[in-house]
Structures are given as C-alpha cells and as structure tokens.
Design a protein. Structure first.
Ligand code: AMP
Length: 542
C-alpha cells in the first residue's frame, strides 16, 4: 500500500518560490565588484531569476544544458543559481583560481553553452575564450554601459541587458527531481579534474539537513555571510538553505581581506559566517591589533581544512563567537559532519570540551560514515584506530560526470581519501590524507603535477612533493628533489622552472635536495617516510 501524500518533486525552483512568498522582504546585501554596496530583497531575487530563465529560453537552450559562471559571491550569481537550475538547466560554477588552461579544459568537458563572468575575470575570459569551443554566449555581470567595446570576446552582452528585456513572468517547469541541477569540478583527485553532478533532490535534501539545529542551525532571524565562495561546492549550499529559511544574506564580493569582512559583518549585523580557516586567520589578524570586537556575530562555521585549536579558542574566548568545525567535500554537496556537543558534554571541563570541538564532528542525518583498514575491514570506533574514511548518502556522488575515473564506489561506499578516527560517540577526526593532493588556503594543488614538472627538468632524476604545515595557508607544497648524477640545478632555477606551467599560488614554496627518495616494495614513493624525514624542516615562508 502506498502512502497517500502529495508527490511533489523536490525542485530548486520551489526554494525561490518559497523565499519570495514567505520571506519576500528579506534582505540580500552584496559588496559589488564595483566596490559599492547593493541591497534588495528575496522577492527581487525571484523576479530577476525568472528573467534569467526567460533569457535562457530565448536562446533555445535545452533541458540540462550547462550554464557556467566565473563569479564572486553576489546577488547576480544568486539569481543565476535559481534561474539556471529552476528552468531545468545545469549551473556550472567554475573556480577562477585555476590555471587558464584548466578552466578551458573544464568548460569544454562540461560543454558549457553560456559563460557568465564578473568583470574581475575579463582578462581571464579574454585569455581562454578562443579555446572554449562550446560556449555560444558570454555574459558580463555588469550594467550595459560598463561593457567593454573592444574586448575581443565574441557574442558578449552585459547581464543587465541580457535579462533586462525579459519578462519577469515565468512558470517554473515541473520535472523529475533526480534531474541534474548544478555541477562543480574538483581538483582534489588525481588526474584531470572531475565533476560532481548534483541533482535537485540531492540539493534540497542537503539544504534541509544543513539548516538543522545541530548542523548550520540557520533561521529567519539570522544574517548570514558566506565567505566560502559560490564557486566552491555552491558556498556549502548556503544559498539554498538561505532561501529555505528566509534568512538575510550578506555577500562579500571580491573583498575577502580582514578589514573588508569585518566592516561588512558590523555594518550588516551579521550573526553567522562561513569560510575556510585562511579567511578567518585574516579576519582575526585584523581584529587583534586594532582592538576591535564583534557586536552581532554569534557563530561561524569553519571547514575545508582543519580548524586550528588557537582559532577556536580566539573566537570563543576573545570574541564570544561559537566555532562550528565542519568537514565535507565537493563529492558530498559538501556537508558530511559538523561538530556540536551532546548534552553529556556540557558538564565537562573546558579542556575536555576542547578535545571534542577540535574533531571534525559527527555525521549529519543522511550521511553515514565508516573507517576501514587495508583489507577493507571495518575498524572500531574507539577514537584511536585510524583508517580510510568512507561515506554514503543521498547527497554523496555515485559517479563522476561522464563516468570519469570509472566507478568510484566500493560496495556502495564512497572512499573520501581522508584518514580518520571515529570515537564511541560517533565524532570523526581527520588524522591524515591518503589522496595525492595538497590543500592550500582551501584550494587544491596536485602533488603529481608538481612532481611531473620538476621531472621534466633535465637535471632532475626524481621528485616527490609533500604538503608542509603553514600557519596561514594550512599546507604549502615542498618538492624533494634528487639531482641527476653530474648535473647541477639550484633551488631558484627550479622554482623559476615552474613559472607559467601552473598557477602562481600552486608553485612550491621550496625545493629540498635529497640523496634518495624513500620507495616502497612496489616502487611507489613513500610520502609518509619522506614526511618523517622532513619533520624538522621549516618552511621559508612560514
Ligand atoms: P573539497 O572537495 O575541495 O571541498 O575538499 C574536501 C577535502 O578537504 C576533504 O576530503 C578533506 O581532505 C579536506 N577537508 C575538508 N574539511 C576539512 C576539515 N574540517 N578538516 C580537515 N580537512 C578537511
């Protein structure tokens, strides 16, 4: 016997329709690329996202066609979130920090039809457009009079003229909730970037879960500042959870330095913020010497990299702000765990509570976790035994876009590439990473790419790249190099050799010359051994 409740598909258009009808006067405030502050309301987001949908229809874009963005966090990007996905197309948010070659590769792989970009990225689009073979419309996110006349970019319109002539009336189509809604490429894997392809259903379920009290705990009374970029796993799903709860949204645009973020928090009375440790480092670095306090900020969710204990302390003790340590990944939409205490922890000493707060947290309903050993056996939840962390759930990838990399699952579980412990209360703690990538300031660097470039140098026999702890960037790459017998190369020459081959921020901070690189039985480089060997090494940049 089937239940007799209405079977309405879970669609992203439903979120914006809800926000308009029930929170129409809720504010959206954005610092624009132009530097000024723009403010309007949820009802305006809804109206203009319908104009976006009409503009896409006018181009005869098909269902599931990809519309890409290269944009900061701002109101126009928000309208694209709802207009593109709501009308049945797929929003492809591109990370502008990637190397231009990689951006072109990604746009072609996704077969993007339209690219909408902030004017900050005009030079980037000028550099890549000739290589992007599928894009037929470029849209600059600006007013008509700001559009450059001689950009050399074909079929370029301003966003305001693109949607300006369109009707604000639009009937959101109903379709299967399992249809694709948005996609995000991750370079946190080996090989070419791979895309997680989210569905309407996975996005809505994630938005519900994210808003729960022990997760992000968002409400209509919050003013939320997502510093985490909208090009990085949909700003952790905050735009969707915001429409669902009707909270106020505050967008920082391109100004992510401590002073600009602080001023926005105060001016807009932000109660809740979200970002990677690096941006909070910059914020704390601005507060302390200037003797500043927060007048409204209550909670901040920190994830993407491990949150240092000193940061949790500083926010709590010095500024009265609760830190919610979160873990997740692009392949998980992204939330997997969040660290909030249970009732029994409340009577513990602050030191014991801190030991829990440092962990990445416990599973959100919808995500299941396990740790496994080398033979695939499940390991105990004793808080000590560590193993490969596997996850499953309705907002975890089943397969990458176009089947890249083959079937990623192991008996229905997704291996995260993280190594973790789980304690008897279900709190997970990341202890290491088994994937061959380094995370710097929340962005990925492939150690394999770094090694391959070094090995292309005639004087290099072997190279191994490892991530080293860095106080600001969390990790920075260092490359250990064995020179070819009889050949010479200096650190400076090798660092120069990287220029132009990868993005500047991906170039290693240092080269360490070694006699040998430790190898395992199968000839694979033993990075764990190398890290041990370099344990007293100090980064020149730290
Ligand atoms: P991404 O797909 O770029 O969001 O990166 C996901 C990866 O970032 C995870 O697999 C972890 O390696 C790392 N990560 C995310 N959050 C945390 C955290 N709170 N602590 C430690 N590592 C994290």
């Amino acid at each position: 016997m089937l239940g007799l409740m209405q079977n309405r598909p879970l669609l992203i258009s439903g979120l914006i329709a809800h926000a308009e009808r029930h929170h129409g006067d809720g504010e959206i405030v954005s610092r624009r690329v132009e530097g000024d502050i723009h403010r309007y309301q949820w009802r305006d987001v809804a109206r203009r996202s319908r104009q976006v949908a009409n503009a896409l229809d006018a181009m005869n874009l098909l269902f599931s066609d990809r519309v890409a963005t290269l944009a900061w966090n701002g109101y126009r990007h928000l309208e694209l979130y709802f207009g593109v996905s709501g009308s049945g197309r797929v929003l492809h948010t591109i990370n502008p920090r990637l190397h231009p070659e990689q951006i072109a590769w990604i746009a072609n792989h996704a077969e993007d039809q339209v690219l909408c970009f902030d004017m900050t990225f005009l030079p980037l689009v000028q550099a890549v457009h000739a290589k992007c073979s599928t894009i037929k419309q470029y849209v600059a996110l600006c007013e008509a009079d700001k559009l450059p006349q001689d950009s050399g970019i074909p079929n370029l319109v301003s966003y305001e003229s693109w949607i300006g002539g369109q009707s604000p009336e639009y009937e959101w189509p109903a379709f299967d909730e399992n249809s694709a809604s948005s996609m995000c490429y991750t370079s946190g894997t080996t090989g070419n970037p791979k895309a997680a392809l989210y569905s309407h259903r996975s996005t809505i379920l994630h938005a519900y879960a994210a808003a729960l009290p022990d997760v992000m705990g968002l409400s209509a009374r919050d003013a939320v500042l997502p510093v985490v970029p909208m090009f990085h796993v949909n700003a952790w799903g905050i735009p969707y959870s915001a429409a669902l709860t009707g909270c106020k949204l505050v967008f920082p645009g391109p100004a992510l330095d401590g002073k600009s973020v602080y001023e926005l928090v105060e001016a807009e009375q932000v109660t809740y913020a979200a970002g990677v440790p690096t941006v909070w480092q910059m914020l704390l670095g601005h507060l302390k010497p200037n003797g500043l306090r927060f007048s409204s900020l209550k909670r901040t969710v920190i994830g993407g990299s491990a949150c240092p204990p000193a940061m949790i302390d500083a926010f709590r003790e010095d500024y009265g702000v609760e830190v919610l340590h979160a873990w997740g990944m692009t392949e998980m939409s992204p939330l997997g765990t969040l660290c909030t205490l249970k009732n029994k922890h409340l009577t513990m000493s602050p030191e014991d509570q801190m030991k829990i707060r440092l962990k990445q947290g416990r599973a959100i309903y919808g995500v299941d976790l396990k740790i496994v050993g080398d033979a695939g056996e499940e390991l105990p939840w004793d808080g000590k035994t560590f193993g490969d962390l596997y996850v499953k759930g309705p907002w975890v990838v089943r397969e990458y876009f176009k089947g890249e990399g083959g079937d990623p699952l192991v008996n229905g579980w997704f291996p995260t590439g993280d190594v973790a412990t789980i304690d008897p209360d279900g709190y997970m703690q990341i202890t290491d990473r088994s994937k061959d990538v380094i995370k710097s300031g929340g962005e990925w660097i492939s150690s394999i790419d770094i090694e391959n470039i070094a090995m292309a140098h005639p004087a290099v026999q072997m190279a191994a790249c490892v991530g080293m702890r860095h106080p600001k960037w969390d990790e920075r790459p260092v490359v250990a190099v064995v020179k070819r017998p009889g050949m010479e190369v200096t650190r400076e020459e090798l660092l120069k050799f990287y220029e132009g081959k990868i993005a500047k921020w991906q170039i290693p901070d240092d080269v360490v010359f070694v006699e040998t690189i430790p190898l395992g039985a199968t000839g694979k480089m033993l990075k764990t051994r190398l890290r041990e060997q370099l344990k007293d090494y100090k980064l020149p940049t730290a």
